[in-house]
Unconditional design. Structure first.
Length: 288
């Protein structure tokens, strides 16, 4: 398969990444998108497995019915051959002319009548079997057509489903980034502002006395603001972004965990219903 299927090991590794403060939120969002893309492979595998299993069951049922009627046809051929032998035997009796013995003649007439009756029964039986075979052929064709439509119906919403997941993750990341930026600005400005107000309340003199110029009155604020922007701003943004993102990422991981469990349950159900192993299916259809 082009993209490896998602496993519990992948989810556990991502769970550890969420607990690692060294992992950036951008990386975590990229990884989450990748996990959903890999899970799309699980769902596609399930759809293919369901299709192949149902097709196998249909073909097996059809083959069983055909075998039944083939046996009946073989039996009819045997009976037709026996009837042909009786016809030949009756013709041989009449080859030398009509017998004078009335009892012998009555037996020949009775045999001919019996042959005609049996021939009619065999012809009717043959017509019935041909009709039954025609019916199961038509039904099988409809079942195959229905199965193909079901497979198409599986694939179309499947692709839309994961496109929607990817779009949701992108939009969530954008919202969190905007919110984190706004909160970061407040924090970056708030830290020097609080320090400036604290120092002013302690009586720290302005750079220039008796002035209304804000720059000279609050030079401490400007200095600390520059220092914060140079040395702390990126850490603040990263910390706030992580705080806002981690909850969404954990919820998304839980959703993915539930989806994977549902996927496994569906696979188990197909295995049970059709008595087919997923491992054998993968071996036969995805082996390189």
């Amino acid at each position: 398969m082009p993209i490896p299927s998602l496993s519990e090991t992948d989810l556990e590794a991502y769970r550890k990444d969420l607990s690692n403060p060294g992992k950036s939120t951008g990386t975590l969002f990229i990884t989450l998108t990748g996990l959903y893309q890999r899970f799309a492979g699980n769902e596609q595998l399930l759809a293919n497995f369901e299709y192949a299993s149902e097709l196998h069951s249909l073909e097996s049922s059809y083959a069983s019915k055909k075998e039944h009627y083939n046996k009946e046809i073989a039996e009819l051929k045997r009976q037709f051959k026996q009837l042909d032998n009786r016809i030949i035997a009756a013709e041989q009796k009449l080859r030398h002319g009509i017998p004078d013995d009335l009892m012998v003649m009555d037996k020949i007439i009775a045999e001919q009548e019996s042959i005609v009756e049996d021939q009619e029964k065999l012809n009717n039986a043959e017509s019935s079997i041909v009709e039954q075979v025609r019916i199961i052929d038509i039904a099988h064709g409809k079942d195959l057509q229905k199965l193909e439509q079901q497979q198409s119906n599986r694939n179309t919403p499947l692709n839309s489903k994961f496109s929607a997941f990817n779009e949701q993750i992108k939009q969530a990341e954008k919202r969190i980034t905007l919110k984190a930026s706004a909160i970061s600005i407040i924090a970056i400005i708030g830290i020097p502002l609080i320090i400036d107000m604290g120092l002013v309340s302690l009586g720290l003199p302005a750079l220039s006395k008796n002035t209304n110029n804000l720059i000279f009155t609050h030079y401490i604020f400007l200095i600390i603001l520059i220092l914060v922007e140079l040395f702390l701003a990126e850490k603040i943004r990263s910390r706030i972004s992580r705080m806002l993102s981690i909850s969404y990422l954990k919820d998304s991981l839980a959703t993915l965990q539930n989806l994977l469990l549902d996927n496994k349950k569906q696979i188990s159900k197909v295995e049970s219903d059709h008595n087919i192993s997923i491992s054998e299916f993968v071996k036969q259809n995805y082996a390189t």
